[in-house]
Write a protein that binds this ligand. Structure first.
Ligand code: GAP
Length: 447
């Protein structure tokens, strides 16, 4: 089994992540977060929010609707260009994203270039390809009382898309925020929420999904200042990923994205790549989106997106620096960074060395024996006190103490607190450390 398989298996076994609609055999590209997954995901998202929004005076949060006026996607360029190169094997009819089954080509590969590579079909092994077609990745639906047999004009008029990026929910609210809060430049609008992409080949567990969550900031700056602000965000994201998420510095690599590979809106992009178990992949992007979005919205809506400087009186359309990170990709980076196998007393052990601020539970409290009422009563007392103080504390009185430790190691609980017979004598409890397995005795009030 590969390390990714081990992580997928642990995720399911311990209730972090289940395949979407598991009971019906799954639904490709979708995943459901179980009780522990929700706790970890929420901590990751809250940590981002605290770091980038709550702890700063230049950031404002928003939470926009997922369904947006379809003119949004005309203005943003997604209707025209948010597409992947689709190629079909004429033998077995399997469809693939062309740039994912051949090396050395990118999303703008032509049919001729692809055919010259003599790629074999990953399913049937033959080489008989149709032309490359552009496949738009936005999920479309119809809004309101539209029936499948309605004429195409009515269908077209009522079309709507599930947003493929949260960013546009921010851009369409830029003017609302400027007109209600009068922020001074530079300032940022931050949003966390779902985004949907009809990926041709969802893959690598939660790395490439059809439904994912993004955490995005659109940071509005003076056009002359974009480089400084780009650098500031670049530094801040390294700090966030390494200090708050606990990712190893050496696992993160910057990739300066060449012009031909950049998204249509970007004049500069740095992808932060992470060494995932199955290879190095994009974790997040930092893009200089210029005034592309605001200027297009101004054109499409007929409303001015200009910002007037309170001191100089200068009017201009702000430029934008956009750090964008997928929650699932960050979640997988955190999980794989924390996943360790070692040996304790000659026995193989799996543990998640999650940073304390992210661990689903901070403490696990147990009575040494569950059939001794005096131990259970004291343990309940300690459990309730720790829960009142920290909230994220769990109780476990199942199996023997060794099994409980193994389970808590696997879910990343930093400390196990055990109430034993000495507790009844001197009031101290055993505190066992996840990473070192060392045990010390302390008074519960000291925890
Ligand atoms: N607003 C800019 C934007 O959406 P992107 O590079 O397409 O840019 C940003 O996406 C981030 O969203 C990626 O770096 C990745 O973390 C995450 N992401 C994108 N597509 C994803 C998918 N299909 N599954 C999981 N995460 C995805």
């Amino acid at each position: 089994m590969s390390k990714l398989d081990d992580i997928v298996s642990l995720s399911k076994r311990r209730g972090f992540i289940f395949p979407g609609s598991d009971v019906y055999g799954g639904f490709a590209g979708t995943w459901d977060f179980g009780p522990l997954g929700v706790l970890l995901k929420k901590k990751i998202m809250d940590s981002w929010w605290t770091f980038f929004v709550e702890n700063r005076e230049d950031m404002y949060g928003i939470d926009a609707a997922i369904l947006m006026n379809p003119r949004t996607w005309e203005a943003s360029g997604h209707t025209a260009t948010f597409a992947d190169p689709l190629v079909e094997c004429k033998e077995c009819k399997s469809r693939f994203r062309a740039d994912k089954i051949a090396d050395g080509i990118n999303e703008s590969v032509s049919t001729e270039e692809f055919l010259n590579l003599h790629v074999k079909c990953p399913v049937c092994g033959k080489e008989n390809w149709g032309p490359i077609r552009k496949f738009n990745m936005m999920f479309s639906t119809h809004v309101g009382a539209v029936l499948p047999d309605d004429d195409s004009e009515l269908m077209e008029k009522n079309i709507a898309y599930l947003r493929p990026e949260t960013a546009q929910g921010i851009f369409v609210n830029y003017k609302n925020v400027v007109d209600t809060f009068y922020p001074s430049l530079p300032f940022g609008l931050a949003q966390q929420g779902k985004a949907f992409r009809n990926e041709i080949s969802p893959r690598d567990f939660i790395l490439r999904d059809r439904e994912c969550s993004q955490m995005e900031i659109e940071y509005f700056v003076h056009p002359n200042d974009w480089e400084n602000n780009f650098e500031e965000m670049r530094t801040l994201f390294h700090e966030f990923l390494e200090k708050e998420m606990g990712l190893k510095t050496e696992s993160i690599h910057e990739l300066e994205v060449p012009a031909e590979d950049r998204a249509h809106y970007s004049k500069r992009t740095i992808d932060f790549m992470f060494d995932y178990p199955n290879g190095t992949e994009e974790l997040m992007g930092l893009a200089y989106r210029t005034d592309f979005d605001l200027s297009n919205i101004a054109r499409e809506s007929g409303k001015s997106m200009e910002y007037r400087d309170k001191i100089t009186g200068e009017s201009f359309v702000p430029h934008v620096i956009e750090p964008s990170i997928g929650v699932e990709r960050l979640f997988l980076a955190v999980l794989s960074n924390a996943y360790v196998e070692d040996e304790v007393n000659g026995e193989k052990r799996v543990l998640l060395k999650l940073p304390e601020n992210l661990a689903p539970y901070r403490f696990c409290v147990s009575p040494l024996l569950k059939n001794k009422p005096e131990l259970v009563e004291k343990a309940q007392e300690v459990y309730k006190a720790l829960r009142a103080k920290y909230g994220n504390v769990t109780w476990d009185d199942s199996g023997n103490i060794g099994k409980r430790y193994r389970k808590q190691d696997e879910i990343g609980t930093p400390k196990c607190v055990v109430i034993d017979f000495d507790t009844l004598e001197d009031g101290t409890v055993t505190v066992r450390d996840r990473d070192t397995t060392e045990q010390i005795r302390v008074k519960p009030e000291e925890l």
